[in-house]
Design a protein around this ligand. Sequence first.
Ligand SMILES: Nc1ncnc2c1ncn2[C@@H]1O[C@H](COP(=O)(O)OP(=O)(O)OP(=O)(O)O)[C@@H](O)[C@H]1O
Ligand SMILES: [Mg+2]
Length: 272
Amino acid sequence: MIWWLSMNELIVLKLGGSVITRKEEKEFEINSENLKRISKEIANALNERDFGLVIVHGAGSFGHLPAKRYELYKGLRNKTQLMGFSIAHKSMQYLNLHVIDYLQKSGINAIPYQASAVGILSNGRLVHFPTTIIKKLVEMNIVPVSHGDVLIDEKMGIGILSGDHLVPYLAKKLNATRVIIATDVDGIYTKDPKKNEDAEFLREINSNTISKIEEIGTSNAIDVTGGMKRKLQELLELVRFGIESEIISGTKHGILERALKGERNLGSIIKF
Ligand SMILES: Nc1ncnc2c1ncn2[C@@H]1O[C@H](COP(=O)(O)OP(=O)(O)OP(=O)(O)O)[C@@H](O)[C@H]1O
Ligand SMILES: [Mg+2]
């Protein structure tokens, strides 16, 4: 007997590395309080209503630190980087195992989907990433959990697949109805809110409000894949495919649960 999920709705969710690790402290440490709470919030939403869910988690300190140390974002330049490639991947697998563990303990049928084993980049952009198995898993009510990773790059030898790049790629290929990005700020501001007290919150990013963004980039934590700027660029591309996305706080209690239950306008919505 197989329980197939009727796929009226599919959400692709990114759990930011800034939420699930102690990224700012620049240490290889999982933020277990956040991860435990978030796992419960996801489980509550899944128990309340039927929707397909694919999770991608970011790297936080576990990926950005080795990527910086071995300059993996520059492509293959020396043999030492190959050990860096191996170390960065192992570090992400360690983080992934813990994410899966917390999700399972909350009752979620989570299973890892290892990006480096199946994906290929070309100049940092995904050119190959099979999703047949992801689709089947979701239909069976299993939650695939992929993550930012180190990948073979056909132009640069090796490269980094950012979770922020994987999310819109999956959303397009899987025809997702919604994308939710949980990070450590409430959404997009006119400037980095951690560095500027006068930063104004932007509830909606559209052709009128986008020019209000004065400064957007990375936080104080190490981030080799472009921080909030890259997120916005990637999500703006998604708009062309008619997929709405929202950047919300993953650090404030209950926001993610409400978003997964269908509420909108809890963070910054990107639509044009
Ligand atoms: N204009 C802006 N609005 C909001 N946040 C901004 C802005 N400019 C820079 N930031 C920074 O972007 C950070 C979030 O991006 P970051 O890539 O560090 O998080 P993440 O995606 O959760 O982590 P990871 O990349 O490890 O998955 C915030 O902590 C904030 O300091
Ligand atoms: Mg980032």
